[in-house]
Write a protein that binds this ligand. Sequence first.
Ligand code: CA
Ligand code: CA
Length: 365
Amino acid sequence: MSLTNLHTISTHQIYVSLRDLEIKRAENDKLLDGLDLSGLGPKPDIFANSAFIGYGIDFRKNSIADIQAWYTQANLSAFLTPNDLTLLANYQTNPTSANRQALLNSFTHLPDEQAAARLLTAAVDARETQLNARLGFVMPESNERAALMSMFYNGGPGIIGSRLLNALQNDNRAEAWYEIRYGSNANGIYAPRRIAESNLFSLYDNPGQGVSEAEAKEVLRMYTIHQPEIQDYESHFGSLFPTGGTNTVVFQIIGAKTTLIPIYNAGKAIDGEVLVGNEFSNMLDEYGRLVLDKNDLLFGEGGNDYLHGHGGEDVLYGGTGVDRLYGVPVRITSLGGARTTTCTVVKGMTFSKVVKASIPTTSTA
Ligand SMILES: [Ca+2]
Ligand SMILES: [Ca+2]
């Protein structure tokens, strides 16, 4: 089932406005704000070895026929002269720096920001059906679709990679959010844009409102799987993810932790990790995570899991399967098999709380 609980938008016009605003901010916020109108003329794109006009209308990647069509739709045909078409043809046929410079020198400027905005709308409208083709389904006009269109405009079909596609097709919002925010910046220059797009896409079904238990587990399962990579990414782009700031995953998962902790903390003050496994065998270990020897809450879920709480007062749920639960200082073993509600606690175990199955009827040594 494809992504559900979309933040749908009531009219096509409002959708287009939101979509284009997201793209304008990312492509040229100074033109949008009227602070720098140089984007009304052609500009070099050094990184892409290309040139563009307005809000990222690329002169090399787009066909001349498409560019002409967008100018026509935007009622801007008078600003695409025969000389401009010759410059474009020369550059596309032979993309030398001399031909690019000729284009930069004399390509006709757009008259104003509104013209650039109309041209962008035409260029993005043309990609709407291409996004459907890439997704394999028609996502309704929504915040989520606007976020994906911003990515698509920026990176073409390839930016919707196989893992993002899989998450979208299988209704895994948290994984899709992760892929947009942390997994779609291969060339390293779009980290701010991906943060903005993932924020628009939203990690939660209903931001600012209640988070269901199932949704909380989906979010924390994503976190459990990807936290080491996320940590690396956030460190690499440290200025975008200041410690304690809202951009960090630590902040983003607070809503999910706030749902699960009161239900499952078994009276312990959980101040460490909340890790959630999947239906396969998992190794959930406080070590290697952000903080050590805190009070952690670990859910093995299905499969035969190893749960390691280490120091602190941890609450461990093996879930179904034959699970091994470890606290500190010595091993606690639960080998009862699926749905067994008791576990063996090695004598001397004094700091960890062990929970087998899904009800916190616990044994503490
Ligand atoms: Ca711990
Ligand atoms: Ca299990």
